[in-house]
Design a protein around this ligand. Structure first.
Ligand code: GDP
Length: 199
């Protein structure tokens, strides 16, 4: 697992705080409570890696993790969306920052969108996926908490989501089932992310 030695590097509130733009990074997005932190922890085989991203009041930031011995490679935790409890001017600042990040960041190679398999493709999920594709990046969807469904139901949801994303975005977007709890799909997810980072 190339991500096993992942550790917190920094949190950026403004473009000036971003690490130098020259490497490879993959960003993680998802609705609050979808299971994004658990997915990051599972991918990196750690218990509390992504906890820092969730500190109350510190949610409007990009949290960077690096993973030695790989240089200039980062996993980036985007704030969970879907909770409206953000003051309006902060939200505007944040959206501008995120837009600039997607538009200008050379290092950003792909977007992972974490969705609860029981509630996939909500409005913001669709927007994030479209946002990535519009900026020339691939997106990979994790249908997480797959352990909460039976195999048949999980497979049916996977097929339905895959069909819909294929119709919308063709081969720019891929999707898989996942569980941070039982490690369903963990090797597949690591493979996609490592591939984008050329490791
Ligand atoms: P985040 O807000 O997207 O970072 O969500 P968390 O990772 O904190 O997870 C939200 C809740 O869902 C927590 O209670 C987790 O224990 C639970 N959860 C996350 N991933 C899984 C999973 O794969 N399987 C199950 N059964 N529960 C999960």
């Amino acid at each position: 697992n190339p991500f096993a030695r992942a550790k917190y590097l920094l949190a950026a509130h403004t473009p000036q705080q971003l690490p130098a733009d020259g490497g490879y990074e993959v960003a993680f997005a998802g609705r609050s409570n979808a299971g994004k932190s658990s997915a990051l922890n599972a991918l990196c085989q750690q218990n509390a890696l992504a906890r820092v991203s969730k500190t109350p009041g510190r949610t409007q930031q990009l949290v960077f993790f690096d993973f030695p011995p790989y240089d200039n490679r980062f996993l980036v935790d985007l704030p969970g969306y879907g909770y409206a409890k953000v003051p309006r001017d902060l939200k505007a600042h944040w959206q501008a920052f995120l837009a600039q990040y997607f538009r200008e960041r050379q290092a950003l190679k792909g977007l992972v969108v974490v969705m609860d398999i029981r509630h996939p493709l909500k409005e913001y999920d669709r927007q994030m996926i479209a946002f990535a594709v519009e900026h020339g990046m691939p997106a990979h969807a994790l249908l997480t908490k797959a352990d909460k469904l039976g195999r048949g139901a999980a497979g049916n949801t996977l097929q339905a989501v895959r069909k819909e994303l294929l119709a919308l975005h063709g081969d720019k977007v891929s999707v898989q089932t996942f569980s941070g709890e039982t490690n369903i799909g963990i090797d597949e997810a690591r493979g996609v992310i490592a591939g984008w980072m050329e490791i």
